[in-house]
Design a protein around this ligand. Sequence first.
Ligand SMILES: C[S@@+](CC[C@H](N)C(=O)[O-])C[C@H]1O[C@@H](n2cnc3c(N)ncnc32)[C@H](O)[C@@H]1O
Length: 377
Amino acid sequence: MEVARVLHMNKGSGDTSYAQNSTVQSKILSIAKPLMDEGILKILKKSIPESMGIADLGCSAGPNSLAVIMEIVDVIHAGCRSLDGSFPELRLFLNDLFNNDFNNIFASLPTFYNQIRKDKGPGFGPCYIAAVPGSFYGRLFPTNSLHFIHSSSSLHWLSQVPKSLDGGDRERGLYINKGKLYLSKSSPQCVLDAYLNQFEEDFSLFLSSRGEEVVSEGRMVLSFMGRTSSDPTTEESCYQWELLATALMTMVSEGLIEEEKVDSFNAPYFAPCPEELKSVVEKEGSFVLESVESFAVDWDGGAVDYQQYTTVAELSRARGQRVAKNIRAVVESMLGSHFGTHILDDLFRRYQDIVADYLSNASTKYINLVISLRKKD
Ligand SMILES: C[S@@+](CC[C@H](N)C(=O)[O-])C[C@H]1O[C@@H](n2cnc3c(N)ncnc32)[C@H](O)[C@@H]1O
């Protein structure tokens, strides 16, 4: 799978769009906000740059994209006012892969600029916003041009499916992660190793690329799916994929999908634990890891109002529906390209029921890691 070409969140603002189905990611943004604010304030307290370069990596489209930028602008405005009152010129960059719905963001920019002018007054800025399409696993920006980098709900996507797993060996019918889409209790050790190796390679490349682009003492606050356990097959980091594989296998058993199709799909995804992160940051050497925090987040992002439902079954059904829509908005481009788009409605109806059934007995949550890094001198 060519991830940089295939992966994109569902476009537009319809019922299955990412814009309408990103409450989990929005919840994660609000949880990580104090750490992001703190990172920006630490830069300003050292000295307010004349021109400040800031990037949000994996910005996607929909309400979250500009909400992050507005939050960053708010913190800089308040921070500078409480310091010496001078404001930097702001260069704000929104990055995502080539197929991202950047037009959706551009269409909201007039309202965004008006709001900044209205709220912050004439002395603030100027603010220049630009899109930078491309993979964050490689250089995106000029040398020493950025002071702060933010990324949320994006770095758990790998640059590629680990090579030894991508597509399997079709000729010999050899698949080493049969019936699964990601790590699972039944995955052999070589699959676990392949995923960890790919993560280490990717994250190291991410750090070395940012190491060139970020000024000395510049900062990054990054949040992504992870795990607290050292076991990469725990439910907290894998089970959304396990249940999606179950839904696909029910379709295999009814002859709607070829089994080989499921066997040959592996997600370009990895949820690391803090020790794995620390080890890559130390080995790569461009940044100091100042903090790692973990947060548990409900699979429905807290979007389902529990008071509205009188029985556990009704509540679980509502949660199943929310989770299925969120996951669909994120993974549809990849699954559609591999299995064909004709299976998607049926697949996600099944997934919704399987998730509802699971959530009626389980309290599994996602684990989100938020890390703060400082560029070395
Ligand atoms: C779940 S969305 C998160 C969007 C937004 N940050 C939010 O919090 O709502 C993940 C985004 O990461 C992007 N992404 C994944 N891999 C990427 C890469 N290598 N380079 C740039 N963007 C990437 C995806 O295209 C997607 O838009």
